[in-house]
Design a binder for this molecule. Structure first.
Ligand code: OTD
Ligand code: ZN
Ligand code: ZN
Length: 348
């Protein structure tokens, strides 16, 4: 019998996840905790995580939801609002309650209503973050209603990010879940200690044609929206070159099926049950497995000045069927690529 192909890497971290709260949290956290050692937890709950007290309580709820023996570490972030104070951020960062702060422009994605209307309103906060080297995580879309949805990322770079970088050149920024060639090129031009980007499995695997294949596919609707193929190819090229500016951030974002299949269907793709296996599939397709570990396990901690994990995980070239759904009481969540089979699985 031929040996199955395996690959062992340092245990990865996921630098961008939504694990929600309550019953959904209890059902979804195990997927992130089984594949990843650490994960950056997004603060966009319905009642957003805007201060240290809320963050500590949320972190406990996350840890208490893990029902198996685990060393998983949630890394918490502070949702910036017009009322955030430098004092709260600085205290939270020094006490290691927050590892970063998150910028949502108002109404740019799920639960961003409490976000920032005009970035100049928080110059004092950005100055404080630059002074203490606290990373700023950015949902990079200019959501001015006159801007085409497919151009929101590139317009954000021109209109908001570039002026911001000029003003705060030593601020550590992560442009999250990038989706365009423009973003790849922009990020690459800068020192990776000051500007890096995460890339999701769905933006690597798919483009906007997939969203309309055989009819509109609500489970592939996310923000930033899937872009055209040339942009997808630029993202694939970026990771296949092993560039240190780019690292793993799955943006797993579970929603109840009834809220996806709705006349105002919500954006978000729940990929936690397969994200790492999707990434390895892409790296193998690109003949870039030699850069897989750096993307998953090294570039992220290097940006955050955190230690690289010591544990390892082994992935095996063996079929893995993605579950059809997870039940949340009588409701359900449909995962990314539900019911499909990938060629890689996790060695148990
Ligand atoms: N994108 N959905 C969500 C967040 C992300 O912008 C994001 O980070 C969500 O539901 O929280 C989505 O499509
Ligand atoms: Zn976002
Ligand atoms: Zn997200």
């Amino acid at each position: 019998m031929t040996e199955l192909k395996t690959i062992t890497i340092i245990k990865p971290d996921d630098w961008h996840v939504h694990v929600r709260d309550g019953k959904i949290l209890e059902k979804v956290i195990k997927y992130t905790a089984q594949f990843y050692k650490r994960a950056i937890i997004m603060p966009n709950l319905e009642d957003p995580i805007t201060n240290c007290v809320k963050s500590l309580a949320y972190r406990n709820r996350i840890l208490n939801s893990i029902k198996f023996n685990s060393t998983f570490q949630p890394l918490m972030t502070c949702y910036l609002t017009p009322f955030t104070t430098s004092k709260e951020l600085e205290y939270g960062f020094y006490k290691k309650i927050f590892v970063a702060a998150k910028l949502y422009l108002k109404s740019s994605t799920t639960n961003s209503e409490n976000g920032i209307k005009n970035i100049n309103d928080i110059n004092h906060i950005l100055q404080c973050m630059e002074d203490i080297s606290m990373p700023l995580l950015i949902h990079g879309e200019d959501n001015d209603k006159n801007i085409d949805i497919y151009d929101r990322e590139s317009e954000f770079i021109k209109n908001i990010l570039e002026p911001l970088r000029k003003k705060f050149s030593k601020l550590k920024i992560i442009l999250e879940h990038i989706t365009t060639k423009d973003a790849v090129e922009y990020v690459k031009k800068h020192d990776e200690q000051y500007l890096s980007a995460t890339i999701t499995p769905h933006h690597l695997m798919l483009n906007r044609n997939d969203m309309f294949l055989k009819g509109i596919q609500p489970h592939l609707y996310c923000l930033p929206i899937l872009k055209k193929r040339t942009h997808q190819q630029a993202l694939r090229q970026a990771v296949s070159n092993g560039d240190k500016h780019f690292f793993l951030g799955s943006d797993t974002a579970p929603h109840l099926n009834k809220n996806k299949i709705h006349c105002f269907g919500r954006p978000g793709i729940f990929n936690a049950p397969s994200s790492l296996l999707c990434y390895i599939t892409v790296f193998e397709e690109l003949n870039a497995l030699k850069h897989f570990q750096a993307f998953c396990s090294e570039n992220g901690p290097n940006f955050y000045n955190m230690p690289i994990n010591t544990e390892t995980v082994t992935l095996v070239k063996k079929p893995f069927k993605i579950l059809n759904k997870i039940n949340i009481g009588k409701k359900k969540i449909i995962p990314f690529l539900s019911g499909k089979t990938l060629h890689w699985s996790m060695k148990t």
